[in-house]
Design a protein around this ligand. Sequence first.
Ligand SMILES: *[C@@H]1O[C@H](CO)[C@@H](O)[C@H](O)[C@H]1NC(C)=O
Ligand SMILES: *[C@@H]1O[C@H](CO)[C@@H](O)[C@H](O)[C@H]1NC(C)=O
Length: 138
Amino acid sequence: MAPLIYFVLTALVAGVVVAQSSEDLLSCGSAMYYPSQYTCFDDDFLCPIINGDINLRCGDACYSTSQYSCSNDTLVSYDPNGPETLEDCGDAQFYPDQYVCLDGDFLCPFIDGNATLRCGDACYPPSQYKYVSAISLV
Ligand SMILES: *[C@@H]1O[C@H](CO)[C@@H](O)[C@H](O)[C@H]1NC(C)=O
Ligand SMILES: *[C@@H]1O[C@H](CO)[C@@H](O)[C@H](O)[C@H]1NC(C)=O
């Protein structure tokens, strides 16, 4: 049995190495991260992706759009089943089921239920992040 066990362990270890090296580490300020696990905001602030839920930055916090919205860089609790309330985003106002307020004054819309993220003066769906970053490298 010993040779068989050795083989299985080797295969498991090899699998882990392959799985990790298939995704490139990116830098966010002085930190390194896997884009499947974190999102980098403003080039220096990481927020986690928890069970596919991309948490967004709000001031110095990270939040889930299913529980909070962010108005002027301040967290506001959000009830998806409650009445619609307008919130401030800098000089603009928004409904938290339709937009997210980034950097305290920049609105990005939800598309098909997913928040989009800021890239300069544009918003992009994070499911196409690699596509967008490839364009910005060109
Ligand atoms: C949000 O910021 C804008 C612009 O600075 C300000 O007019 C507004 O009163 C702020 N709203 C809140 C709730 O702080
Ligand atoms: C919304 O998010 C889900 C889960 O991450 C993903 O499968 C889907 O492709 C996203 N839709 C859009 C339009 O990005």
